[in-house]
Design a protein around this ligand. Structure first.
Ligand code: OAD
Length: 307
């Protein structure tokens, strides 16, 4: 295989060369911040803006969340009390129902890769569904942390229509961010219509829950990748982050993230790099726009109606 130069231009050359036939992508919350959805771990992100004192929970639960805000998406916490999760996620759940956010250039880039016959799989940790707005083939997308497309009871498995669930979120769950004047002042249970347990939630993966089996089955395919693009993820959450280790030892890896990530997973930057490229301290959208220009794909961008 020709050895591309380890920069964005080299990556673009490789993509154009014909030698690169198989591209895999892993995205995280940073792929959607350009659409206005906060990520998890950046300043101002979900964990930073958690406000444990406002969440309906016992003092012990609040203490746990102060120690580590990730507890808000822990399965055992949800089983004790559905509200910390629902209250924090309320604007997000309702925003996705209203299709408040639009796919960014980053999401579109994945669709362009598919159009060029290059995209073999998009692994996304995101549950916002923006990937699908571009018309990307759903069978190429793996929702590693589940999705909002379905809502079900964690207890009995009953599936509740998403719009019915949203109607109850609107009327039963208080708005800790105080952006919705119609929200109730206090939260009241959302019970499963079948078993009555207060355990209904979107089919997203909580910490302590299991990932879709398809994810584990698809990991081995990564061995055939010529290029892995990692975009907008801190790469700290396992097993999603193991995607970077399943590609072959000589597979080019392009990291598009405001800061270099994944050093503990063996990604090497700068003079230590042998097959890793960092797009630099730029946003995902800026980096993918640069790449689009280098690839001569500007016409594809002109055809997008909403950006
Ligand atoms: P994080 O919030 O951990 O990481 C987002 C990364 O994207 C950070 O490194 C940011 O610097 C970077 N970033 C943010 N905006 C960017 C932009 N516009 N351009 C470039 N980089 C940007 O989000 P994830 O890695 O997706 O899981 O988090 C992984 C998982 O942790 C989530 O799926 C969620 C969370 O807890 C569960 O809830 C199970």
């Amino acid at each position: 295989k020709p050895r591309p130069s380890l920069d964005l231009a080299g990556t673009a050359e490789f993509l154009k060369s014909g030698a690169c036939k198989s591209v895999y992508v892993l995205t995280g919350a940073g792929a959607s911040t350009g659409a206005g959805i906060p990520d998890f771990r950046s300043p101002g992100g979900m964990y930073d803006s958690l406000r444990p004192e406002l969440i309906t929970a016992t003092e012990a639960q609040r203490k746990r969340m102060r120690m580590d805000p990730v507890n808000v998406v822990m399965k055992d916490m949800f089983f004790q009390n559905q509200f910390p999760y629902l209250e924090v996620r309320r604007p997000f759940i309702l925003g996705t129902q209203q299709q408040q956010w639009k796919a960014t250039l980053t999401h579109w880039f994945m669709r362009f890769l598919e159009e060029e016959g290059l995209l073999k799989r998009l692994f996304t940790q995101n549950i916002d569904g923006l990937d699908y707005q571009t018309g990307i083939s759903p069978e190429l997308v793996t929702n590693v942390h589940g999705s909002l497309a379905r809502v079900s009871c964690e207890g009995c498995g009953y599936e509740m229509p998403f719009d019915d669930f949203c109607a109850q979120v609107r009327t039963n769950v208080k708005d800790i961010y105080r952006t919705d004047p119609t929200a109730p002042a206090e939260s009241s249970n959302i019970n499963c219509p079948r078993c009555n347990a207060p355990l209904v939630k979107p089919n997203t993966v909580l910490f302590g829950g299991s990932l879709p089996s398809a994810f584990f089955e698809q990991l081995d395919d990564l061995n055939g990748a010529d290029l892995l693009i990692v975009a907008g993820t801190s790469l700290v959450v396992s097993p999603a982050n193991s995607v970077v280790m399943y590609v072959a030892k000589d597979c080019l890896r392009l990291i598009v993230n405001k800061e270099p990530v994944g050093q503990d997973l063996g990604i090497r930057y700068g003079k230590d790099a042998t097959r890793d490229v960092w797009a630099g301290e730029v946003s995902c959208d800026e980096a993918f726009l640069d790449l689009i220009k280098m690839l001569g794909w500007q016409d594809k961008v002109r055809k997008i109606k909403h950006l």
